[in-house]
Design a protein around this ligand. Sequence first.
Ligand code: NAD
Ligand code: MLT
Length: 523
Amino acid sequence: MKILISDNLAPEGVKIFDEAGFEVNARTSTTPEEVAVMIGEYDGLVIRSGTTITPELLERADRLKVIGRAGTGLDNVDILAASRKGVVVMNTPGGNTVTTAEHTLSMIMALCRNIPQAAASLKENKWEKKKYTGTELLGKTLGIVGLGNIGKNVAKRARGLEMQVIGYDPYMTEDMAHSLGLKLVSLDEIYALSDIITVHTPLTPETRHLLRADTIARMKDGVRLVNCARGGIIKEDDLLEALQSGKVAGAALDVFEKEPPQDNPLLALTNVVGTPHLGASTSEAQINVAVMVANQMVEYLKTGVARNARNLAAVSPEELEKIQPHVSLAEKIGSLLGQVADGRTNEIAMEFFGDTAELNSEPLSAAILKGFLSHFADVNLVSAPFLAKDRGIKISETRSNERPNFQNKITVTIRGKYGQNSVSGTLFNNRDPRIVMVDGMFLEAIPEGEMLIFRNNDKPGVIGSIGRALADAGINIARMQFGREEAGGKAISIVNVDSPVAQDVLAQMATLPNVIDIRVARL
Ligand code: NAD
Ligand code: MLT
């Protein structure tokens, strides 16, 4: 398999791909045009912030299975377009957290003590002690917006500097905030109370221009602003005005709306300190993210296990072990239905019972859809939910803790123009998959290999005639299972056979007395 590394990656990461037997094209930088020309040949793409993944680029990525971001931010990746294409997108959370938190603290100190300006002045043989008088951090209030990996680490370090730390994050609990020694407040309180505000959120529609003229107006006079997260969280035009008016005393910026910034007027101001997106740039962090991304991509391409995937359900390694047999059963049920469905499906209803209802349903539902759609399209766990949506299939999910017959059970019902079909499956001993109901009729079939599904009238002689027809064709029967609505009513027979059955044999069996129809499923 082939890997393209389109942005600079530490050699430790490249070595992991080499040792795993991948063919690697490691570039230190590439233009969008170069990536577009090359991408069609590759199974994996490693990027940092220099490569932008667009729908147009993905159009050309015929073999691509995984994009690995050596770093955190994924605002340069169109994740929706990658998902539609079935490409897993993964990043390396935590790999550069400490480095970026340390950079943030360095920027706060540089800003408050005028270190870059004073150093430059000294190198010009000046001795401007009064001009570069600074501000202490002790007792000052630091407002942190975004308390994820980096925000939390900034909070811990700021507490060490004896600052008052307040924070805002809609997903942080009071308990967690308390253990970090910070006070959770509203955004308005961040604006009203902070001497320094530092942002650590991703760039999203909600956080774009979060700090802008009207929010800056609600801040203390002489506030200082820090952005080591993503350009665009602070609106640069409004920041410029606020710095010029003195409302904002200073800003420390590692990231910019346009990178590299060209003739950015902010950089001409004496009260702005800036670095060229260096937040994650230490040798330690670069090795961490390179090793993480390479290991994750090798694991995914070799085993299908996707760690830190951003467009697949998040499943921990422990959970994965528990859930995997249920995922496999779910896919088999979907696949069986995909092979017996009558015409176009408009709706897929998924029901999870007993132990299954307690599991994360996202991977189960993706597996059902993958199994179902794989008979109509080239699909995987990532693209299946999108493909179902694009086809206008209505998906519903219900859970019930009830265990009427089985400890765990998945029932999937598909509905379309010509009626509905349903299949239920369970795991015996949480391990061995069984189909336990088809179209409302109880039976117990092993979902594997070549299966013939007969709908018939419950009359004497049907089983014998099926057995004879298969024997005449030299086909060995591995298992045969029956279910029926009521004695003498509609019945279903599932026959596991050891080899594929030719079309003419199927056609002949379809004419046997009391056989209504036959479907073939391969699982
Ligand atoms: P993270 O996902 O661990 O944390 C982000 C936090 O932001 C989460 O806790 C989330 O709940 C919170 N959040 C999301 N929307 C919010 C909102 N509207 N208001 C308040 N909080 C919100 O990510 P991280 O690893 O801590 O990274 C934070 C940022 O730093 C990202 O933008 C990342 O790209 C950037 N980053 C920059 C550099 C650099 O070189 N300058 C290096 C690493 C990361
Ligand atoms: C990140 O999101 O991890 C950072 O932007 C670091 C980088 O890749 O430069």
